[in-house]
Structures are given as structure tokens and as C-alpha cells.
Design a protein around this ligand. Structure first.
Ligand SMILES: [Zn+2]
Length: 291
């Protein structure tokens, strides 16, 4: 049952990842994600059903259009695999949650569905920031609101089946505080960066994304996501400094230092890692630090 559900969730994730790819190609162009049907972005030919199978079609056609041979970005299989894998993990963990805690199955199911949506949203934002340095408000702002509502009502329900107004008020206050703190934290870093470098290092989109992570994960896990994101971003920046220079010595350091890194992408990856293993990582750190 558990293995079957995990496989089904993974397959469903592949399909929703495939739909996300359509969105990722069309949102930046301001096109509808419903019509026209899937087509090659280069020659416009409508794709046959067997050219639309997640991952498999891309592999079978070796990442090229069948007729015009235009390359198809490896973003397609990557996004499909990411959503598929994340949904499979959530389904697997659902069974842990109903076995180990005394919580009610429908609440756990709702929480799992919410986490699946959160993962889908993070993959979407990671891809958009990587390709377009764009974190649209109409994804992050509803993301904050949804995270706030879910943590306010679902998290207390995980512990008791009956919601007392005081419990909801406390959870709402907690969540609101976390969201505000995360947003202000990024604004402060942005301001400091401007003082030192006299240029904008962080976008307001990053601040809203950080607020969204705080709304869904709570402050400790969101801080961990920020830490992981900054480390990943720094590693990528060092990679950019060293790798291409070997090819072209003429390129100056400053050129690379001025390159814009998609911090939002790294924040999203940090958020995914933190949402999956955040509690374990934080506990391990506290043990190591001697708390
Ligand atoms: Zn084509």
C-alpha cells in the first residue's frame, strides 16, 4: 500500500512537473498556459501525445525537437524529476506520520497535500529565478498568505482535534512574527550590502520569498534555509570565478563579481532541504553545540 501510494504520488508529481514546465515557458512571455496545446517553442509544431511524456520523451528524443532539431532545455526533465521525487517523498512520509503520531488521518492528508503544493511552488520559483532572475509577486504573496493560513490552522490540529481560539491566536501571532522578521532580515542585509557596495545585491523578491519560507517552515527552519541558500550561492559564485577563467584569461574578475546570481534559486533549494530534513539538521546542530 505504502509503496504503491509512493509510486502513484511520484507519477502524479511527474505530470504536475510537466504542467509546470508549460507554465515556466509561457509565464515570462505572458502567454496562456491552457491554449494552445503543447508545441515546440522553436518551430511551433503541435506535439504528439508521445512527445509529451515526462522525462521519457526528452530522453528518447535526446533533448531535441523531432522535426526542427532545436534543442529542448534540460530544465524540462529536471523540473519533472524534482516535482516527482518531492511528491514521492511526501507520500512516503505520510505513512510515517499516521503510524508514529496520534494525529487524525485527514489532517495528516491535508498537511501532506499542502507540503506537496509548497514543493511545487518552490520548484517553480527556483526555475523562474534561475532563468529570468524573476520571483513574481503573484506567486510569493499568495504563497505567504497560504503558508500563514495553513500553519495557523493545520499545525495546532496536528496536536489536538479541537481548535481553541487562544491556540489559533497564538499560532497566528507566531507565524506573523516569523514572516515579518524574515522579511525585515533580508531588507537589512540588502541595506547593508548597498552601504558597502553602493549597488543592489538582493531584490525585494528575495525578501518576499524569505517571508514565504518563514510562513511555511517557521523561523528556525527558514533561517536554516537562508544559511543553506547563502552557502550554495557562495559556492556557485566561487565556481563562476574559477571555472570560466581557465577558458578565457582575458575576462576580468570584476566582470564576474558583477554577475547577478539567482539567490532566489538557492533560497528555494535551501527551503526544500530544510523542509525535508530541517528538524533533523537543527537537532543534530544543537546536540553538537552542546545544548
Ligand atoms: Zn521544433
Amino acid at each position: 500500500m505504502r509503496i504503491l501510494a509512493t509510486i502513484l504520488a511520484g507519477l502524479l508529481g511527474l505530470v504536475f512537473g510537466s504542467f509546470l514546465n508549460v507554465c515556466l515557458s509561457r509565464w515570462p512571455e505572458g502567454e496562456s498556459v491552457v491554449v494552445p496545446p503543447s508545441h515546440c517553442r522553436a518551430c511551433g509544431r503541435t506535439l504528439a501525445w508521445w512527445e509529451n511524456i515526462p522525462v521519457a520523451s526528452w530522453l528518447a528524443l535526446r533533448g531535441r525537437c523531432r522535426t526542427c532539431r532545436a534543442p529542448v532545455s534540460w530544465r524540462y526533465p529536471l523540473v519533472e524529476l524534482a516535482v516527482g521525487a518531492l511528491w514521492a517523498v511526501q507520500a512516503w512520509r505520510f505513512f510515517d506520520a499516521i503510524h508514529h503520531s496520534g494525529s487524525y488521518t485527514d489532517i495528516t492528508l491535508a498537511t501532506t497535500a499542502a507540503k506537496a503544493l509548497f514543493a511545487w511552488l518552490l520548484v517553480a520559483l527556483a526555475a523562474l529565478d534561475a532563468e529570468h532572475l524573476w520571483l513574481p509577486d503573484w506567486l510569493t504573496l499568495p504563497g505567504i498568505a497560504l503558508g500563514f493560513v495553513l500553519t495557523t490552522f493545520l499545525s495546532p490540529l496536528d496536536r489536538t482535534w479541537w481548535l481553541r481560539p487562544a491556540t489559533v491566536q497564538l499560532a497566528a501571532f507566531d507565524s506573523l512574527l516569523a514572516v515579518t522578521f524574515a522579511f525585515v532580515l533580508i531588507l537589512a542585509i540588502r541595506w547593508l550590502y548597498w552601504l558597502v557596495r553602493r549597488q543592489e545585491g538582493l531584490g525585494l523578491g528575495d525578501a518576499k520569498l524569505m517571508a514565504m519560507l518563514a510562513a511555511w517552515l517557521g523561523l528556525p527552519a527558514a533561517t536554516l534555509a537562508l544559511f543553506l541558500g547563502v552557502v550554495l550561492g557562495a559556492l556557485a559564485a566561487m565556481g563562476m570565478l574559477f571555472l570560466p577563467r581557465r577558458k578565457n584569461e582575458a575576462l576580468k574578475n570584476e566582470v564576474w563579481a558583477a554577475q547577478k546570481l539567482p539567490l532566489g534559486t538557492f533560497l528555494c533549494v535551501g527551503g526544500i532541504v530544510s523542509s525535508l530534513w530541517g528538524q533533523a539538521l537543527i537537532h543534530a546542530y544543537l546536540r553538537w553545540a552542546g545544548f
